[in-house]
Design a protein around this ligand. Sequence first.
Ligand code: 1CP
Length: 355
Amino acid sequence: MTALKNDRFLRALLKQPVDVTPVWMMRQAGRYLPEYRASRANAGDFMSLCMNPEFACEVTMQPLDRYPQLDAAILFSDILTIPDAMGQGLYFETGEGPRFKKVVSTLADIEALPIPDPHKDLGYVMDAVSTIRRELNGRVPLIGFSGSPWTLATYMVEGGSSKDFRKTKAMLYDNPQAMHLLLDKLAQSVTSYLNGQIMAGAQAVQIFDTWGGNLSAAAYQEFSLAYMRKIVSGLIREHEGRKVPVIMFTKGGGLWLESIADAGADALGLDWTCDLGEARQRVGNRVALQGNMDPTVLYAKPEAIRTEVGRILASYGKGSGHVFNLGHGITPEVNPEHAGAFLRAVHELSAQYHQ
Ligand code: 1CP
């Protein structure tokens, strides 16, 4: 086990003092980087990148090599590996989003779903985690991740991406028992998948609830947050002599921060629709916060990016407990130099808040 050379990301998640605000970007390895597009062409397609630990490691390291400011690495994989391992048959058409060969529509479909074994059925992800940890050699911590049960369920029921979640919402209201059975199986699968990643070397984990904000307040509590709470209560929270922080990110969850803060995670991810300083007051001392610059700010010039970074840092104010990030993933059209300006601004402008 190599000692961590830069642990400010883990420290901020636990509200321990740091010298500058740590920063990473959701989707930091991805299509905006020419080196990523070259690796994907080399591998053949996106799933081949995910399924080959050497390729997954190569693209995980690309943003770190380009931007020395990054304070964390994130496993290169996808949230849809779990439904794929449940037998749904994940594939990507070029230029389009994810698709499944099989769709989940009935109670019988749900009853037939297996709970994947992380080592037997998702061994390629566990191997990617351990390969990346070895390659990082203590440079920065490695984040593991999974989708939330609700977010995974939307892809499984719709058969891919959706604008209105028509089939998933209909199932939720017509047949709540079936939906609960699906979410319960997914919560069990996610728990053992994340624990597998932690045992393989992930030093923090993030749960992506990308579509939780699409639910009503009542449905969010019952069909999304309850299952994330269950997952968090089953996670390994300490490994290799260190705490393994858990980050919960509900996109569009700004109205419900108080209840999300009570669900047992160490930190909440915020999208850009809430004010960071107000969010800090609302959650109090319970959790750290991660976020929350609008990713489209990166289309603007470096000076404007720097101004926005300064505004967000001032809104959070003094002290630890903030990990800077975008409020959602970086988009393929962003100029990589703008991402660099963003990362530099976070470190340069944040030192004054940690004296
Ligand atoms: O064409 C390509 O190269 C594929 C694009 C791509 C990439 C780079 C997909 C397909 N997934 C990923 C990697 C990925 N996905 C990562 C690791 C990379 C990193 O962060 O550096 C992570 C954490 C994810 C997580 C993910 N996948 C989420 C949750 C986060 C979020 O952005 O909200 C979701 C919803 C997915 C599904 C998915 N996979 C891929 C796409 C294009 C999508 C979104 C589809 C949709 O909008 O419905």
